[in-house]
Design a protein around this ligand. Structure first.
Ligand code: P1T
Length: 383
């Protein structure tokens, strides 16, 4: 494969070549914990122990790094473990500027685990330059953001985030889980680290929990590899194999996620039971202009506020027949959930409400089923 191959070619081939032992086209599942050494300390093929490195994982790391336009990929056993590894770059007394709308588990790691270890954070509205910049102080070492955010789908200008992080001497990490590298590549816009919950679109089939970090900095990659090995939250070879199989179709799946979501968002926007449909592809979306600039398409996630608050929201979630009421997102099958009760329950109620995570808010992960069936399902559930 050529270095400058296009996305779909890299999705299928990057990091993988026919297996040197057998010619197998698919990278084998190297289901081994350890590797024979020809003499103490002399490795046969660069591998000594599978916490440190495993060939199936190496292929996955190279594959996702290529998709993100990065040089180094570092894989973990979950998206939370990828965030945790990034936070291990910091020391007590350091400070993080954190987006105000992030996955509930991301907030929980900052608030319940790292705060007591002396890592402080300030959550800011990054859609407003002045509020964003006011979040920095002399101890700020890291900016962590999602775009689109979970669950309000706010867009953060990655170029602006990079400018502010550099000005204040901090690293910029972008959680690219919702967009995927098919829709945006944050490293090209100035991010130092890209993070994924590969449980989501990268995996795409709701059958793996995983995470990955990508960077272009050899210094950061060395530190993150060190943390990966020292802490040990690594993915199993089988999970790496499944993720490699998934990334081969990422571009094809994303096109259909975007197309289905576009049609469903416009259906919801015109529905009498829907107070507000939130989707970056809608003209009514406040940051539609930034979405067009920063993203190749608008993604598969939609949020909506239904008229009738919690009782109506619960009834929709109970009545769907094709959508499943479940946490998570990014799989080929459509999921629907209630952020205030489910994915964002750890965020204090007042903070949730200030962000718009109201009792009537429902989040949809639009799958790639036939869109007419999905619209019909939502139509009967909303009726
Ligand atoms: O679940 P895990 O693989 O550990 O990933 C955590 C995570 C990180 N970043 C974002 C943007 C996420 O959405 C998640 C996980 N989110 C859900 C489970 C959810 O339903 O929103």
């Amino acid at each position: 494969m050529k270095e400058n191959s296009k996305f779909g070619t890299r999705a299928i081939h990057a990091g993988q070549s026919p297996d040197s032992a057998t010619g197998a086209i698919m990278t084998p599942v190297y289901q081994t914990s350890t590797y024979a050494q020809s003499s103490p300390g002399k490795f046969i093929k660069n591998y000594d122990y599978s916490r440190s490195a495993n060939p199936t994982r190496t292929a996955l790391e190279a594959n996702i790094a290529s998709l993100e336009g990065g040089s180094y990929g570092i894989a973990f056993s979950s998206g939370c473990a990828a965030l945790d590894a990034t936070l291990h770059l910091l020391s007590a007394g350091d400070h993080v500027v954190l987006g105000d709308d992030v996955y509930g588990g991301t907030f929980r790691l900052f608030e319940m685990v790292y705060k007591q270890l002396g890592i402080n954070y300030t959550m800011v509205d990054m859609t407003d330059r002045a509020s964003f910049e006011a979040g920095f102080n002399k101890q700020t070492k890291l900016v962590w953001l999602e775009t689109p955010t979970n669950p309000m789908l706010k867009l953060i200008d990655i170029g602006l985030a990079s400018e502010l992080a550099k000005k204040h001497g901090a690293l910029l990490a972008v959680d690219n889980t919702f967009a995927t590298p098919y829709l945006q590549t944050p490293l090209a816009l100035g991010a130092d680290i890209v993070s994924h919950s590969s449980t989501k679109y990268i995996g795409g089939h709701s059958d793996v929990v995983g995470g990955v970090l990508v960077t272009n900095s050899s210094e950061l990659a060395d530190k993150l590899h060190y943390i990966q090995n020292a802490v040990g939250a690594v993915p199993a070879p089988w999970d790496c194999f499944l993720l490699l199989r998934s990334t081969k179709t990422l571009h094809v799946r994303m096109k259909q996620h975007c197309e289905n979501a576009r049609q469903i968002a416009s259906f919801l926007e015109g529905h009498s039971e829907v107070e507000k449909a939130i989707y970056p592809g809608l003209e009514s979306f406040p940051q539609h202009g930034l979405a067009k600039e920063q993203m190749k398409d608008f993604g598969g996630m939609i949020s909506m506020i239904v008229r009738g608050g919690l009782p109506k929201a619960k009834s929709v979630l109970e009545k769907v027949k094709i959508f499943s009421c479940a946490e998570s997102l990014g799989g080929v099958e459509s999921l629907i959930e209630h952020p205030a009760i489910m994915t964002h329950a750890t965020i204090p109620k007042a903070q949730r409400e200030a962000l718009g995570i109201a009792d009537g808010l429902i989040r949809l992960s639009v799958g790639i089923e036939d869109v007419d069936d999905l619209i019909q399902d939502l139509s009967q559930a909303l009726a």
